[in-house]
Design a protein around this ligand. Structure first.
Ligand code: XMP
Length: 529
């Protein structure tokens, strides 16, 4: 498939991935690169368009991220957003300076002229305005020669300007942020109309293509995959199964810290009874893990044991299988960008689940067919490949599993308690959410992005059927978050929480109290440990 490419040049803005996701929602493929990328490389990639992101600097200061004016003379359409808009005007001879008034938040933007970017954009008819998201302290005080102002706000004379003849467009606000009501349409106008992309980036053609690529790379080689049962590794397994069938071996380590029935669910999909013709090895390592974890209470020590034990178990299995040609990894695009390989932001996240494997498995090369996909695209691929929805829409689950949802020492008994409590909690929240949606036609505003039960190490006195109890307290947590970096407690309806409380206490032996965790992140974290 001939891929039409848009390049997002990252100037350190916090929304760089969002820009790329929005472009892909227009069915146009795009990749994020650092603004340091050489012009020759850009030319060689032959993009249909270039988008410059926002960033925290002032473009008129020395040492600020910049690009030479060659970028704007390639004959390739360029769209600058926020810092990118200022930089474009600055480099091409306009003036950018500190704004007398800093704009932040939802702002009314008035459209002064027609523009290809504002085609079909819904405007308030009297004012010719729409709401946008602003976040800037500098502004364009004088457009570059050849640029026309196309929009303004009360405090910003140049909210958008353009040199239409050369296909150069600058927008001071952030169309990629949902608060900019018509933002997606503006990005669509840029990539589809100005750049002329046809919109052929679709997940069905991705699957077809990825299968062909895997076949070509792997040939008749053997591939090994550490399957965790999470979204990425499950989709990867399904994709590889379609591509190379029984040349694939999946090793699934059940460490006894999974959610209730999860091990069996994964086995039902990928094991002998499932629909994929692969080699599936389930290692029941529960007891081994519980023994290693006995008496250990310190969170980091627990994480370390769980991680190391995983490598050991996997190593033993890999030895049984013998040399393989390829190791498959479920790397996805945010991992690539966040590890500094793609964009400019330098957040480095370790790969919690498969980190360390390449050190001891005997293999020649790595296959990572999902490495260019965002999470929502991975999910679409999963559905395309026929994976059940419960696997594809699974909420994030940490590699160390329930090990970090049991405060203090982990035992088999405590795992049983937290599994049962968590299953009840998720069932009730899911039911209430489904009822809400059926009644109202939209998703509940309280619908959490992650919700689970954890076990405290608090035991307290209670009374049940005239008898004194001295049992554990379960804590239930539900958070709303976009990026899992910050989060707030979801306002689960009180009656749902009451049902959860009474069901957990009645149905789960060993629990006599239920707490609801209200803590935001920061200062809390989402998980307990
Ligand atoms: P925290 O607790 O750091 O969690 O606020 C943020 C998100 O990351 C997940 N998480 C993990 N995922 N291995 C993982 O694969 C881990 O060790 C780990 N710790 C936290 C957590 O579930 C949440 O979605």
């Amino acid at each position: 498939m001939e891929k039409e490419l848009i390049i997002v040049l990252d100037f350190g803005g916090q929304y760089n991935q969002l820009v790329a996701r929005r472009v892909r929602e227009c069915n146009v493929y795009c990749e994020i690169y650092s603004y340091r990328m050489d012009i020759e490389k850009i030319k060689a990639m032959n993009p249909k368009g270039i988008i410059l992101t926002g960033g925290p600097n002032s473009c008129y200061e020395e040492d600020s991220p910049t690009y030479t004016d060659e970028l704007f003379k390639l004959g390739i359409p360029v769209l600058g957003l926020c810092y990118g808009a200022q930089l474009m005007n600055h480099v091409l001879g306009g003036k950018v300076e500190k704004a007398p008034v800093r704009e932040y938040g939802k702002t009314e933007v008035f459209v002064d002229q027609t523009s290809p970017l504002f085609e079909n954009v819904a405007l308030d008819s009297a004012e010719k305005s729409t709401i946008c998201w602003m976040s800037h302290f500098d502004y364009i005080s004088k457009p570059a020669p050849g640029f026309q102002i196309t929009a303004h706000t009360a405090d910003c004379p140049v909210a958008a300007d353009e040199d239409r003849e050369h296909n150069l467009y600058a927008i001071q606000f952030h169309p990629e942020v949902l608060h900019t009501i018509e933002g997606s349409k503006m990005l669509y106008n840029f990539v589809r109309n100005v750049c002329g992309c046809s919109g052929s980036w679709k997940m069905d053609s991705f699957v077809e293509n990825a299968i062909a690529e895997v076949r070509e790379k792997v040939g008749d080689g053997k591939v090994l995959l550490a399957l965790s049962g999470g979204v990425d590794s499950s989709v990867l397994a399904a994709l590889l199964a379609k591509a190379i069938g029984s040349q694939l071996t999946c090793v699934f380590v059940d460490h006894g810290l999974l959610r209730k029935n999860e091990g069996d669910e994964v086995e039902a999909v990928f094991g002998k009874e499932g629909s994929f013709d692969i080699n599936f090895v389930r290692v029941n390592a529960q007891e081994r893990y519980y023994q290693k974890l006995a008496g250990v209470t310190e969170p980091e020590a627990k994480r370390k044991i769980i991680g190391e034990e995983f490598i050991r178990v996997f190593e033993e299995e890999a030895k049984k299988i013998g040399a393989v040609d390829f190791l498959a990894q479920g790397t996805i695009y945010p991992d690539v960008v966040e590890s500094g390989l793609g964009g400019e932001s330098a957040v480095i996240k370790s790969h919690h689940n498969v980190g360390g494997l390449p050190d001891f498995v005997d293999f020649k090369d790595i296959v990572e067919p999902l490495r260019n996909l965002f999470k929502d695209e991975v999910r679409k691929v999963g559905l395309e490949l026929g994976l059940p929805e419960f696997l594809v829409y699974r909420q994030p689950f940490p590699g160390p599993g329930l090990g970090i949802r049991i405060i203090g020492e982990v035992t088999g008994e405590k795992v049983r308690i937290v599994q049962d409590a968590d299953a009840i909690y998720r069932e009730e929240v899911d039911k209430a959410a489904a009822d809400y949606k059926e009644e109202n036609g939209v998703e509940a505003t309280w619908m959490p992005n992650q919700y689970f039960a954890a076990l405290t190490n608090v035991r307290s006195v209670g009374v049940m059927g005239d008898e004194r109890t001295y049992d554990y307290a379960v804590v239930v947590r539900a958070v709303r978050t976009v990026d899992f970096m910050t989060a707030e407690a979801a306002e689960i309806p009180f009656e749902v929480l009451q049902t959860v409380m009474s069901r957990i206490i009645n149905e789960v032996k060993g629990v006599n109290r239920v707490f609801y965790d209200l803590t935001t992140k920061p200062p809390g974290t989402i998980e307990m440990e």
